[in-house]
Ligand binder design. Sequence first.
Ligand SMILES: C[S@@+](CC[C@H](N)C(=O)[O-])C[C@H]1O[C@@H](n2cnc3c(N)ncnc32)[C@H](O)[C@@H]1O
Length: 228
Amino acid sequence: MPARHDSFYGRRKGKPLRPGQAERLTRLLPVLRIDTAQPPPDPFSALFAVPVTAIVLEIGFGGGERLVHEAAAAPQTGHIGIEVFEAGLAKAAAAIDKSGLANIRLYDGDAGPLLDWLPAGSIARIDLLYPDPWPKRRHWKRRFVNAANLQRIARVLEPGGTFRFASDIAAYVDWTLQHVRREPALIWTAETADDWRRPWPDWPGTRYEAKAIGEGRRPAYLTFRRTG
Ligand SMILES: C[S@@+](CC[C@H](N)C(=O)[O-])C[C@H]1O[C@@H](n2cnc3c(N)ncnc32)[C@H](O)[C@@H]1O
């Protein structure tokens, strides 16, 4: 298992939260957040207060709009959302509270340690949607997709589980395809030349995606499968 936890580069805080937002985050996060100081529950599905038949994970959920939408649409699936940006966490926590959904848990830190905490083969799908592209060459090493993180992703996916990646930055799409090619436990599922241009079924989009399309960029949607 990779030992170093160095997958987060970016901002944890922006403008100060409004008093109401800060109060809600302080009240709601302790209930929603996964405590990695404790061992994972056994059975792992007990992480959720409601019965779930599968567990999915989103890395860097932004404001959590898609996470909450999907958790409402799939109440028998447990959803784990990871985000480091405080305002995004506050927004997601408030939306989860308002919706009354009990099939969502959050992790307010770097995805690397959380991936290392998760039991092997415990997750049916991992989504990495519009990760920070770090376009400058000297920053490429900051990209979330790297050999260590792909190893982490492969370890926690169940056999046949999927890793979905979306980006509007062609260079990051190429980067991801090249890195996954070197990870034997993951294979790209594309069957036709156009597969990666089509969003996934029932795809609500993300906030970042809407902005990218509005600015004239065309997203790519890659699906990889865990072998074995
Ligand atoms: C460009 S935004 C995209 C947000 C959202 N997925 C969307 O499509 O609207 C990338 C997000 O990933 C988060 N992020 C970056 N590195 C991360 C890491 N190592 N662990 C958890 N979140 C991370 C950032 O804080 C940021 O909110």
